[in-house]
Design a protein around this ligand. Structure first.
Ligand code: GAL
Length: 673
């Protein structure tokens, strides 16, 4: 267990006392230095290591371990004054000013040089310190802003495109520039997507722009991790805290880090303001969706920042965690695969933009209930420490890929259907207690990795590449069950539509073809489809399907709109496996039925029966299963244990009805032998 500590923000006299108090409640690790450039290089090329040497001496004396951050998320004022080209810009070219953070751009050669230098100096000086166990690069890559419009970015974008296309005619082809007379003759005619009428640019250019931003971020982090690797102790890890947009987090992980960490702030579900996230009815439980994505980047991850107080900033305000919620949220992270929890932050800042982003302690520095809850979390974590390194268990996965996620940011139809369907699939898996993974289809994903799932939901892959189609074919041929929704296979990698019936490259697999399609507008009647005597919603977009294979069977047909009676849901047999092609968008109810139909709903019902309000996660190690039951509600919930299970908290064997307290967590173990 750890916490985030800012020695530079506190009187030196507090340091030792703080570390002692941390230890007393079970905190053994601190992350430091990620914003403290000036403490190492207060003026250009003037280095002084005393400040952190002094802190690290005390940490070593107090036996506290340290994760050391590189400070590149906050370039100093002397730097941006001397080299304004290091600053990121708005789309209209106006430079961001000093005063916030992440105001730099990844592509400025000067910023790269100065960043490389501070990282080199810090890593070479501190790299062998005994208390250091790991390095965090920058802070929250692409948080707050994930768009870049400086002159350096513009130049780097052209280089990125030259390397990708080599021939400008290939770029014109991929971007479809013949449309609206956008053809380019020279590379220097091309710019970053700028301010345009209705603020919309060429969609294929936008897709490449996002890829460019991602590559720029990864390059910047790789530059840092290469340097740290030269100086760190072999056993120390390199990480960053994520996970943000316009970024291939998987590639960043594989290229730069040894382990991935995530910052978990479930309280966003309850806040108000510009940054409040609307989690619909799952509220803080929806963080399990994010944690499942993190797990796909790194199956055994850490939480670098686990919320420990009220949230508050100039754009967001949230309540204090209720008694029990901090522990619940920490356990939510652990249940999903975290093996390290570090609370953000030790003490609430008394100055600056984040005076309302509360840490464990308040400004008054007295012991409080949140500190007691941290100690309680530490005690509970010790009780389950044997589960460290266990694997999350899931028979079903939601399949995603970066091309489609990014395309859905640009294409309104795609965005709406994908967002809705993914949320409904997640909700159904949560509420039926069917643990689900999120898996990314990457360039190097092999069928073998997918075969561990009996069922894959790939709701709306508009972009389908020949490589992806091949992996999916193999998966189904080997016996997997693939579930697709509307609009699958409509586009190719550059985002252009294919001149073939949908689902394009997937049609051999689905045994279907899309005859016609329509968005179901707000003024349209709600369309349903009938399946096995049940009428279910066909969602907000409908593909009218046709069978093209003798192996296919129509399972359900539309009951409304001008296509009533046409196939809405077709099952195809392919090799040893099955494809279910649904013409609509998914609702929780439809997904519940599909989970039942495919025989994977509620796989642990022989062990326990849970109410909707509790989440079930299962981790497995050797021959042991660990069941995490999490109650997100304000009221207690009853669960029914169908087998005798070992309660890791009370150390008793239990069976029958058990009460889970409000915001309570229980961890049970069973042996499969
Ligand atoms: C994270 C960030 C921290 C702090 C925290 C609370 O996004 O890494 O530095 O800002 O949120 O807002």
């Amino acid at each position: 267990m750890g916490t985030c500590y800012y020695p530079e923000q506190w009187d030196f006299k507090l340091w030792r006392q703080d570390l002692k108090r941390m230890k007393a409640c079970g905190i053994t690790t601190v992350r430091i230095a990620e914003f403290a450039w000036n403490k190492i290089e207060p003026r250009e090329n003037e280095f002084n290591f005393d400040f952190f040497d002094c802190f690290l001496d005390i940490a070593e004396e107090e036996q506290i371990k340290v994760i050391f951050g590189t400070p590149t998320a906050t370039p100093p004022a002397w730097l941006t004054k001397a080299y304004p080209e290091a600053l990121n810009c708005r789309k209209d070219g106006v430079k961001f000013c000093h005063g916030m953070r992440r105001h730099y751009n990844y592509n400025s050669p000067k910023y790269q040089e100065l960043s490389a230098r501070i990282v080199e100096r810090a890593a070479s000086h501190y790299g062998k310190r005994a208390c250091i166990i790991g390095w965090q690069i920058d802070n929250e890559i692409n948080c707050e802003i994930d768009e870049f419009y400086s002159e350096s970015d513009n130049l780097a974008f052209r280089e990125f495109l030259k390397e990708k296309y080599e021939d400008i005619d290939c770029l014109n082809q991929a971007w479809g520039t013949v449309f609206w007379n956008q053809t380019y003759n020279q590379w220097d005619e091309i710019n970053l997507p700028g301010i345009t009428i209705q603020n919309t640019s060429n969609p294929h250019q936008l897709l490449d722009y996002i890829r460019f931003v991602s590559e720029s971020a990864i390059g910047f982090c790789k530059m840092q991790s290469d340097i740290i690797r030269k100086y760190k102790k072999p056993e120390d890890f390199i990480t960053t805290n994520g996970m943000f947009g316009n970024l291939d987090n998987h590639k960043m992980m594989d290229t730069c880090y040894d382990v991935y960490t995530y910052d978990s702030y479930p309280n966003f579900a309850y806040g108000i303001g510009r940054d409040a996230l609307h989690s619909e009815d799952l509220n803080d439980r929806k963080w399990s969706f994010n944690l499942s994505q993190v797990r796909s980047i790194c199956p055994h991850f850490g939480i670098m920042e686990q919320q420990s107080g009220a949230g508050g900033w100039n754009t967001f305000a949230g309540p204090a965690p209720k008694p029990g919620q901090m522990l619940l949220w920490a356990m939510q992270s652990i249940a999903h695969g975290a093996d390290y929890i570090s609370f953000f932050r030790w003490r609430t800042a008394t100055a600056g933009t984040e005076i309302y982003w509360h840490g464990i302690l308040d400004y008054d520095n007295r012991d409080n209930r949140r500190l007691t809850e941290v100690a309680e979390t530490g005690r509970r974590m010790k009780n389950i420490s044997e589960a460290v390194g266990s694997d999350f268990e899931a028979q079903v996965a939601l399949l995603r890929d970066y091309d489609n996620s990014w395309d859905s940011q640009i294409d309104l139809w795609h965005g709406e259907i994908l967002h809705k369907s993914e949320l409904e699939i997640f909700k159904a898996s949560q509420l039926t207690h069917t643990p689900m993974d999120i898996v990314y289809l990457l360039n190097d994903t092999e069928t073998q990795e997918l075969r561990q799932y009996q069922v894959l939901f790939y709701p709306h892959p508009e972009i389908v590449t020949p490589e992806a189609a091949e992996v999916l074919k193999e998966y189904v041929k080997d016996g997997g069950c693939l579930i697709l929704g509307c609009r699958a296979g409509q586009k190719q990698k550059d985002g252009q539509c294919v001149m073939e019936p949908m689902p394009g490259l997937l049609s051999a697999l689905t045994g279907t073809s899309v005859k016609e399609y329509t968005y179901v507008g707000p003024a349209d009647e709600e369309v349903q489809f009938e399946w096995d005597g049940k009428k279910l919603s066909a969602g907000i977009f409908n593909d009218i399907l046709e069978q093209v294979s003798s192996e296919s069977v129509v399972l359900g047909s539309y009951t409304g709109n001008y296509y009533a009676g046409s196939p809405a849901f077709i099952k195809n047999t392919y090799g040893k496996g099955t494809v279910l092609h649904f013409g609509g968008t998914f609702t929780e109810e439809t997904v519940r039925e599909i989970l039942q139909f495919t025989g994977i709903r509620e796989p642990y019902k022989n062990y326990m029966i849970l109410p909707d309000g509790c989440e079930l996660c299962v981790r497995k190690k050797d021959s042991c299963l660990y069941f995490f039951v999490l109650n997100y509600g304000r009221v207690s919930q009853e669960i029914e244990l169908k087998k005798t299970l070992y309660d890791m908290e009370t150390k008793e064997n239990l069976t029958g009805t058990v009460v889970i307290e409000p915001y309570g967590v229980a961890v049970y173990r069973t042996s499969l032998e």
